[in-house]
Design a protein around this ligand. Structure first.
Ligand code: SF4
Ligand code: SF4
Length: 204
């Protein structure tokens, strides 16, 4: 039988080119940008509107924006929120409304961070932060209480219960007419802005 005239070329190709071609994907990948993230040593910032842990916000005088209406709990598809409202009194006022959230819990074992609760909230009391480190090694600690969710007191805010400090009438209070503010007036403008505007941490 006669020899195939191309057998020498094929043999060279098989010997030298095919092994190199086999590493083609490896070589191409070596020069691409590395996408591995060094979490938790390096934490990259999330997108600004990332849905992370919830926050219960305050008015600039420190009173709580939550009025215990339970709309967030009714809107939640995962039944992750539990609210118990209670009446404010003139001696013990926690929010500027008639009621406040006496008990407020979010169960992060159930929450799917969908954000429907913050859409339902009529007072913008409930928003979501960019915090995403919500893992734990026991179930009880993943049920966040009101004390875990309440926004910290900023300069110029006063720990409730206390009277409404942002005006003599409800209209003045909600319009932000701060003439009657008596708490640390020096810090009021910063505290007011911080409490009324979303920060990098808080968004809806
Ligand atoms: S983010 Fe969604 S699942 Fe989580 S508490 Fe709000 S409504 Fe419920
Ligand atoms: S967080 Fe908003 S919707 Fe939920 S109980 Fe408070 S005021 Fe109502």
């Amino acid at each position: 039988m006669a020899d195939n005239p191309t057998s020498g070329t094929q043999s060279l190709k098989e010997q030298f080119w095919d092994p190199v071609a086999g590493f083609g994907v490896t070589f191409r990948t070596m020069f691409r940008k590395v996408v591995t993230e060094q979490y938790p040593k390096e934490k990259r910032p999330t997108a600004p509107r990332f849905h992370g842990r919830h926050q219960l916000n305050r008015w600039p005088d420190g009173l709580e924006k939550c009025v215990g209406c339970e709309l967030c709990a009714w809107a939640c598809p995962a039944d992750a929120i539990y609210v118990e409202g209670a009446e404010n009194t003139e001696d013990e006022r926690f929010s500027p409304g008639e009621r406040y959230g006496r008990v407020y819990q979010i169960n992060y074992l159930r929450c799917i961070l969908c954000g429907l609760c913050i859409e339902a909230c009529p007072t913008r009391a409930l928003t979501m932060t960019n915090e995403y480190e919500l893992a734990d090694d026991n179930r009880a600690d993943l049920i966040y209480e009101k004390s875990d969710l309440l926004a910290p007191l900023l300069p110029g805010m006063e720990q409730p219960p206390h009277p409404m400090r942002l005006g003599d009438t409800e209209k003045a209070y909600y319009r932000g007419e701060h003439a009657a503010v008596s708490v640390d007036a020096e810090h009021r403008p910063e505290a007011s802005r911080a409490a009324q505007e979303p920060t990098g941490e808080e968004h809806q």
